[in-house]
Design a binder for this molecule. Structure first.
Ligand code: XCC
Ligand code: SF4
Length: 623
């Protein structure tokens, strides 16, 4: 295979490993993306519909061909329905991930999950109280059982609203009530979204999108928030820790195990097995100096946040790190795992393992993890990885790792500030920090790998804007060196002063994609401290290289929560100017925030800075 491209990424490990993959005849996401060109223009604009089999249908954007599908749905209806189904899929993914954690919590409470335990009793009791559970005098497992029960109710249809919406500022809850978008139940909103988008149900694009907002909120303040909170309860509340990033975290002389996916339930047990004396002795007996566990994507973020475990790469690096030939085993759970990677691994000695009853992949061995067998399974897999160490052929690790700090939970951020957001607010009031942007989301082969993330973040911190990041962005920014305390040298003078005084980098790693809810909790704390709504704060969101349905849902719950959000790639909505206008302008009157789309990260920075300066002015901060 000859490939003339040498610059798919802005990172050197990305480019060097791409070349290696090409040399080894490994097909990558970039090759498949190219093979798909030109991609369908109707789909790109959201104008194709295959919801029923009177279709599939397409609406002609130029007005000459058909203007409705067979059922009579016009462009507005088709575009809105398609977008709403993306929201439902994203909400379902995060919320189902949350459900898996609630099930582990329940199993722990019953003593049916050996190896798992309650690591943060303080947080368990605090969250339980938010659910109205009487915790005094009750032992920890009883509280855990009651909390798991109460959370299960959040998934259903018995509640007026999901419980954790109470964390939002009162003003925000009023906005939701007025718009009729307070999420009632986590599964209920997703299910209703699917119902409404069936042929012949909701055929008003405004009311469809309104339900889309409610569905996204059921993720942000429901399923995702439960996922994060229960993960903290079971695995510990993250605190800042030094770590390493990029493909250089793989080690030549050690057994390398990579975990990939999203849910920490499996990877936490693997991480435990990797440090057991028994396994270390076995590794040594097989000629390895140790066992090196590293992560990619959000499972990696979860481990990094709580254990300081190194990150080999983000979404577009997942195939490439296999081409190092240094990965003895990759263990996956679910979401964002390209079905191609089994094939890529087949070019090397890498053993590929799937672990979730709901996620299977070609070219992988399936070893199903459940709360009752996870501890044992993890040991079996680590053993198999050690056995595989001797099968390595050539190893190519082209770069040295980059240092970074990760693990900023809101608890530790507020703790570092003395227990209140006041010092942060003072810095914002004084204009030293102009505001904050959450930069989140994925990679997408439509954009040079990591270019959007790094370019945007650089501009933001130069302009005294504090950046918090999650998901695949967080690996990009760590690789770029933004996550060491000395990165303040790249920040504007005000941000440099504040971060310097606190000893923190100008870009804070808040975790995985479900951990975007930490941003919701932080902005709620800031809004409450100032007595304003979230939409009044000088904050914004951005997803410069997003690709997934989950990212759509995150974007929508951020906007519905009052955070104006930038998207790099255009979502498939341009087939309906009505939908575009609602998303980019109309929503302002409903939720006080909108979407902005700008593929160029330099221009996106200007957009975000303007949003922040406008909010500052409205708050009277610079008068
Ligand atoms: Fe997936 Fe979470 Fe996107 Fe990365 S950022 S590509 S969703 S791994 Ni969530
Ligand atoms: Fe066509 Fe309507 Fe069926 Fe969609 S729902 S495929 S537009 S007939």
């Amino acid at each position: 295979m000859i490939d003339p491209r040498t610059d798919v990424s802005i990172t050197s490990d990305g480019n060097l490993l791409f070349d290696k993959a090409v040399k080894d005849n490994v097909e990558t996401v970039w090759h498949r993306h190219e093979a798909q060109q030109p991609q369908c223009g109707f789909c790109d604009m959201g104008l194709s519909c295959r919801i029923c089999i009177m279709g599939p249908c397409r609406v002609d954007p130029f007005g000459q061909g058909p203007q409705t599908g067979v059922c009579g749905a016009d462009a507005d209806i088709i575009v809105a329905r398609n977008l709403c189904r993306m929201i439902a899929a994203g909400a379902a993914s995060h919320s189902d991930h949350g459900r898996d954690l609630v099930e582990v919590l329940e199993a722990v409470s019953k003593g049916e999950a050996p190896g798992y335990k309650i690591r943060s009793e303080e947080k368990l009791r605090r969250v339980a109280r938010e659910y109205g559970i009487q915790t005094e005098g009750k032992d920890v497992l009883t509280v855990a059982g009651e909390l798991a029960d109460a959370m299960m109710e959040d998934y259903g249809m018995r509640r007026k609203s999901v419980t954790l919406v109470n964390r939002a500022p009162e003003k925000r809850r009023k906005v939701w009530e007025k718009a009729g978008i307070t999420p009632r139940g986590i599964d209920r909103e997703t299910s209703e979204m699917m119902h409404r988008t069936h042929m012949g149900v909701d055929n008003d694009w405004v009311s469809l999108l309104t339900q889309g907002l409610r569905n996204a909120l059921s993720d942000g303040w429901g399923g995702s928030m439960i996922a994060t909170e229960v993960s903290d309860i079971l695995f510990g509340v993250p605190a800042p820790k030094p770590t390493m990033v990029n493909a250089g975290v793989l080690k030549k002389g050690q057994v390398n195990i990579v975990v990939h996916g999203h849910n920490p339930v499996v990877s936490e047990m693997v991480s435990k097995a990797c440090i057991s004396e028994e396994m270390l002795a076995l590794a040594k007996a097989k000629g390895a100096a140790g066992i090196n566990l590293v992560g990619v994507c959000c499972t990696g973020n979860e481990l990094l946040m709580r254990r300081g475990i190194a990150m080999a790469g983000n979404h577009l690096m997942t195939e490439l790190i296999l081409s190092t030939g240094a990965v003895d085993m990759m263990i996956v759970d679910y979401q964002c795992i390209m079905p191609s990677i089994g094939k890529a691994a087949a070019c090397y000695h890498t053993k590929m393992i799937s672990t979730s009853d709901k996620a299977r992949f070609p070219g992988m061995e399936h070893h199903e993890f459940h709360p009752d067998n996870a501890e044992e399974k993890a040991k079996t897999l680590v053993k198999a990885a050690i056995e595989n160490f001797g099968n390595r052929k050539q190893v190519y690790i082209p770069v040295a790792p980059q240092e970074a700090v990760g693990g900023f939970s809101i608890e530790t951020i507020l703790g570092a500030l003395g227990g209140t957001p006041a010092p942060l607010i003072d810095a914002i009031k004084a204009g030293k920090i102009r505001g904050a942007v959450g930069v989140v989301g994925c990679n997408n082969p439509k954009i040079k790998h990591d270019y959007g993330h790094v370019t945007l973040i650089k501009k933001l911190i130069e302009n005294d804007i504090l950046v918090v990041d999650t998901g695949c962005v967080s690996v990009a920014s760590a690789k770029a060196g933004f996550k060491v305390p000395s990165a303040i040298e790249m920040a504007g003078p005000g941000l440099k002063e504040i971060c310097g005084a606190l000893g923190i980098p100008p870009v804070l790693h808040l975790g995985s994609c479900v951990d975007n809810v930490r941003i919701l909790v932080l902005v709620s704390a800031l809004a409450d401290a100032l007595g304003v709504d979230i939409s009044d704060l000088p904050v914004a969101g951005s997803a410069p290289e997003w690709y997934s349905e989950k990212a759509v849902t995150i974007g929508v719950y951020c906007v519905a929560s009052g955070i104006t959000t930038h998207l790099g790639p255009m979502p498939p909505v341009t087939g309906s100017m009505n939908v575009v206008k609602l998303l980019t302008e109309g929503l302002n009157d409903v939720v006080g925030a909108t979407f902005g789309v700008e593929p160029d990260p330099e221009k996106a920075a200007v957009f975000l800075i303007r949003v922040i300066e406008k909010k500052r002015k409205a708050l009277g901060l610079d008068s």
